[in-house]
Design a binder for this molecule. Sequence first.
Ligand code: SF4
Ligand code: SF4
Length: 438
Amino acid sequence: MKPRHPLFQLATWKRLAANRIPGQVVIQYTDRCNAACAQCGMRRTSTFERSSMDMQQARMLIDAVAERGVQSISFTGGEPLLHLDEIALLMEHAGRAGIPFVRTGTNGFIFRGHESPGWEDKIKRMAERFAATPLNTFWISVDSADAEVHEKNRGFSGIVAGMEKALPIFHEAGIYPAANLGINRLTGGDGPHRLPSYTGPATDDPNTSAAAWAFYAAARTAFRRFYRMVHDLGFTMANACYPMSFEDEGDAVYAATSEDDFISFRPAEKALLFRALYETIPEFRGELRIFSPRSSLRALVRSYATGEPQGYPCRGGVDFFFVDCKDMNTYPCGYRGSENLGKFWDLDLGALPAPDCRRCDWECFRDPSEMLGPVMQALRNPLALARSIRRDTEAFKVWAVDAAYYRACGFFDGRKPPQYERMARFAKTDSLAEPIQT
Ligand code: SF4
Ligand code: SF4
């Protein structure tokens, strides 16, 4: 049986009142990968010694995660579905251990060969196998609104047509996959849709110069093209991974980073890029369940525009962790590779430091940190929250709309169809790009 949603568990509220989030562990089951992605050091042509976890140890890890009250685990890679049977067994184990949120995903190689005999039966078997597990979110990577660009980057042909054929089969089995965009310069396509470079000063107001406007407008078009494309393919849910290019990349234990121009954006570009995503999301909230919270994006826009940290610090290393497939050691996240916390089953979560890291924009950790920040503040220090709201009322309003939208999306339960009538009231048409008010 699927464990109850954490929001309906007393333990969750006790944890929040104690300034702790229900928690999340990203388990890198393998660093083996069959894709060719420019944005990632684990691409098939990279030469390093590959590893995958031992099943028995992975079960021990899941038990330790559950015993510590962590409520969400993600099985990532590499490509997790190179180990499909093991991942399915581990998801079942996680459900039995009482972990309510279980996620995994794919680079899409499973959609190759959609015209071959037996392909539909294969996808049906896979969907039914997953439906028998407590899988909550199943993400499928999509890098671009242009199918050819996506397939070229991944190194797989025909997979977008395969996705379109496979989605109804997954829906029939009761699984609603999420399109997972890793934001890049080709998000909207190549040629005229490629994002230009912006080398001007940092600003969150695209009206300040023609160059700022050109970059911002291109990013708006790219995100619109992307959301339209995944909606038309049959996706009901979408997420955006913020570009993972940052200064201390050498530290990363999780090699899903790159300095390739495809994914590298200067800080001044990021202010406008995140602004474009922030403005585009409401246009599609009525037709897609879009996980990316605008409150988180707003904080990123302001941080990159002003150079001053905004919003809530990341909970990586406090409530969120990354476990590496090579030696099963735990890290605060995949990027603070010099902070080896040892085996998860030896960790004392009570002895960890307060959150203060803002070194990167990893949305897996940043977005939930931002969404739960005001809740924890309300439970622990309502006066401090009142002061923050007075200081930046607009930020709180954006957060409140995000929270209401999350509810309308059934908290992104990928086992349920979207409720379009509830989502419709969050749909907004185009808005003018005026400076974000604080
Ligand atoms: S981004 Fe994912 S699919 Fe692409 S090379 Fe890296 S691990 Fe493989
Ligand atoms: S901000 Fe980035 S580097 Fe810091 S803990 Fe979070 S994910 Fe890790």
